[in-house]
Design a protein around this ligand. Structure first.
Ligand SMILES: [Zn+2]
Length: 322
């Protein structure tokens, strides 16, 4: 015999007995239905939540990706702007330095030219430029009267520099008192400054063969050796750039070339800084070449420029009165 728990319910109508087996049998479908209902609702809810989560994740991923893209673009823009800013700043710095340098140069020139105004930087710009042009005139004057530029109309390079060396022919160590220009027979040799021809002949003793010597202003002298042709005579005035002869290989020479010397009073100087000297690097020579009183020379040229300027303005004034 099986044992069942029994529930007895007693009221005024009597007692009723319910065994659990009976109870379950009677209510089983209700319990199963309720359970199934709860399970289905739960399952649907879980699916819906999972779906929602998935949806949100997808949306978030899209937003994050869009934001990352925007950020990347913004960073690229920022870096581009930063680079532009750096470039502008560097340009500005360079321009400021240039302005400071120009201003300094102007002041220096104004001092040299002797501008009377106490504060020359307050003068109108045109006035200051006029002062500089006056000084540029002086510079050009000095460059014309002093050996400057190459002694050949077409520069092809050097084969020997100024200084001590073993002579290619005598093999003895001695001072090479000039520079040797790479050149061919017949190349044009030109005067490096205005001057007067002091010597033009075949010189046996020096070994320079056909030699031309030109005297320039302020104690300078230039010599051109080993020429094949001489086209100037003693006492002839020549101007800077004028042809004075042609390249050759006369005298003690190992091959066609031009030997060129620059003298100041009784000293030979390295001709190279003079050969490279022009209006653009005008100031370089003052530090590169010692033994020339550049300061008093500049002053003397400046006085000439001022005198000429004064006479010019008087001429202009008197012709205006007429
Ligand atoms: Zn030489």
């Amino acid at each position: 015999m099986r044992n069942y728990f029994t529930v007895t319910i007693s009221d005024v109508h009597g007692s009723r007995h319910y065994s659990f087996k009976h109870f379950f049998r009677k209510f089983a479908w209700v319990i199963v239905s309720v359970f199934l209902l709860i399970w289905s609702v739960g399952a649907v809810s879980l699916w819906w939540l999972a779906y929602q989560a998935q949806e949100m994740e997808t949306q978030n991923a899209a937003r994050v990706s869009a934001f990352t893209e925007t950020l990347k673009q913004a960073r690229a823009d920022y870096e581009k702007l930063l680079a532009e800013k750096d470039s502008i700043e560097s340009d500005l710095e360079q321009k400021s330095a240039e302005i400071a340098f120009l201003d300094q140069s102007l002041k220096g020139l104004e001092t040299l030219v002797g501008v009377d105004a106490e504060e020359p930087e307050k003068l109108p710009y045109e006035e200051r430029v006029k002062q500089v042009q006056l000084n540029t005139l002086g510079k050009n004057l000095l460059l014309n009267m002093t050996p400057s530029g190459h002694a050949l109309s077409v520069y092809k390079g050097l084969t020997s520099k100024y200084g001590y060396r073993n002579h290619p022919i005598t093999k003895k160590r001695h001072l090479h008192g000039g520079i040797d220009y790479k050149s061919a027979i017949g190349d044009d040799v030109v005067a490096t400054a205005d001057g007067v021809v002091k010597y033009s002949a075949y010189n046996k003793d020096s070994g320079f063969g056909n030699l031309v010597t030109i005297l320039h202003a302020n104690g300078f002298k230039t010599r051109y050796g080993h020429l094949s042709q001489r086209s100037v005579k003693v006492g002839q005035f020549v101007h800077k750039g004028q042809k004075i002869g042609e390249v050759g290989s006369t005298g003690r020479s190992s091959g066609p070339h031009l030997h060129y010397e620059v003298w100041f009073l009784h000293h030979r100087l390295n001709p190279l800084p003079f050969a490279k000297w022009n209006i653009e690097n005008y100031d370089d020579i003052f530090t590169k070449v010692k033994g020339v009183p550049w300061g008093s020379l500049s002053l003397s040229v400046d006085q000439i420029v001022k005198k000429v300027g004064k006479q010019l303005s008087q001429t202009v004034a008197s012709s205006a009165e007429k």
